[in-house]
Design a protein around this ligand. Structure first.
Ligand SMILES: C[S@@+](CC[C@H](N)C(=O)[O-])C[C@H]1O[C@@H](n2cnc3c(N)ncnc32)[C@H](O)[C@@H]1O
Length: 418
């Protein structure tokens, strides 16, 4: 079967804009195939191989770009927030059958954008998932990271009681999916000297899941214009005989310009929206910092005044008085856009990013709206898994489940023939 790409996928793959592709189609340089009903432009994977020089990873990426689910795969998403992970999984072709979230405004965001989603707004500790036993293929969740006692012995589920990882593992136990995926901050690797992560792996193993070597994925390698990292923890039910492959990174580096301006990542400039402002005292300082610069670009007396004790403490502190440049990926967004330690000032204007700019940097689509006050919106966006990173992970999940589907049908044919 030939792999077919949409114009957006083809543009992303070879790193040109959709308009360029339309032009190349019109002049015959790269003729598109037309979809019979809609007349949309489509491209064969082979056609794009002549652009290998532009993107050496092209073969790997086409493999990732185009997995189509062989049947409907269902996801239970815990700690769903404003839906960054859920949208990415949906874009990869997975179906979210239930999403749990305790925060009212995040739950409202999910309901507002996807009235058909089954959003369970409740503390996960009070929710049973037993009714989904055997009905979901995947359980996902970005559980907040908490320590639990681990003294080198093998841990069981009860040892994690009281933590939110316990709730994630309990949902896995109650529903028995083929695969479970936890996402977290890189810090989980070293949390409690690595004991927290070891304990989690031990518990999932005890529940009947083979846990792969956790990997830290750098969002910037998955079409996200931001230097954000997420740790991914994958457990595969032990009776499932196929492997999961982490998404392959690609070479194309997107910058803040790609996030906020019309180009290969978005079809338009970022829409206008509200955003928070700096107090005058901070504006006066940041006015003196050039794009790509930070506190060290200030005159020495101002450096001392602004940094106070931190001035003498050493360390780069490159997030302080930081102005992002158009030509770099944005630094990791946090839950609040104007914090002294993690400043991310707009390149041309002395102000924090607006809500829609924040959403773009996390690769949320422009039509995904957020509920609640301005600070509630920033918080939901800052907490999210970037949509394009989630999409890459989602494609790997689809690939895994497709392999499982094929394997199971081969096994049943062999059984029937025996
Ligand atoms: C890191 S965020 C998840 C982000 C989300 N995966 C996304 O991509 O947008 C963690 C979420 O867990 C939620 N949460 C924390 N404690 C919870 C609990 N006890 N029950 C349900 N949700 C909880 C928080 O409100 C927050 O939205």
């Amino acid at each position: 079967m030939k792999t077919v790409l949409t114009i957006s996928q083809a543009a992303e793959l070879i790193g040109v804009s959709k308009e360029t592709l339309r032009r190349w189609d019109r002049c015959g340089k790269l003729p598109a195939i037309r979809q019979p009903m809609s007349s949309y432009r489509l491209y064969n994977e082979e056609q794009l191989m002549i652009f290998k020089d532009l993107n050496p990873e092209i073969e790997n990426i086409t493999k990732q770009t185009t997995v189509t689910p062989l049947r409907e795969y269902k996801v239970l998403e815990l700690f769903a927030g404003a839906g960054g992970l859920a949208i990415g999984l949906e874009k990869a072709g997975l179906k979210c059958v239930a999403l749990n979230e305790v925060d009212h405004w995040a739950a409202e965001t999910l309901r507002m954008n996807r009235p058909n989603w089954n959003v369970i707004e409740a503390d996960v500790r009070n929710v049973s998932f037993s009714h989904l036993l055997g009905k979901v293929d995947v359980v996902t969740g970005g559980f907040p990271c908490q320590a639990f006692s681990y003294a080198g012995k093998k841990l069981g589920l009860q040892d994690a009681r009281g933590t939110l990882f316990y709730e994630f593992a309990r949902a896995v136990q109650e529903t028995q999916p083929s695969i479970c995926i936890g996402e977290n901050v890189r810090g989980l690797l070293n949390h409690d000297n690595g004991r927290t992560l070891k304990g989690m792996i031990s518990i999932l193993d005890e529940l009947g899941y083979r846990v792969l070597e956790p990997q830290v994925l750098r969002a910037v390698q998955y079409n996200v214009p931001q230097k954000r990292e997420r740790l991914i923890l994958v457990g595969i039910r032990k009776d499932v005989e196929v492997d999961f492959h982490y998404p392959k990174p690609n070479n194309k580096l997107y910058t803040l310009r790609d996030a906020l301006k019309k180009g290969s990542l978005f079809d338009t400039d970022v829409p206008h929206s509200f955003g928070t402002k700096y107090p005058l005292s901070k504006s006066k300082v940041l006015d003196l910092v050039p794009p790509g610069g930070y506190w060290r670009d200030l005159p020495l007396d101002l450096q001392k005044e602004y940094m106070q004790k931190s001035f003498f403490l050493g360390g780069g502190k490159t997030g302080m008085a930081r102005r992002i440049s158009w030509n770099e990926p944005c630094l990791t967004l946090t839950c609040s856009p104007a914090q002294k330690q993690t400043e991310r000032c707009h390149p041309d204007e002395t102000r924090p990013f607006t809500v829609r700019e924040y959403a773009r940097i996390q690769t949320f689509p422009d039509d995904w709206t957020f509920a609640g006050s301005m600070s509630a919106q920033y918080k939901q966006i800052g907490n999210a898994v970037p949509v394009n990173l989630a999409l890459a992970v989602g494609k790997s999940i689809v690939g895994f489940l497709n392999d499982q589907t094929v394997k199971e049908s081969q096994n049943s044919i062999a059984l029937a023939e025996a």
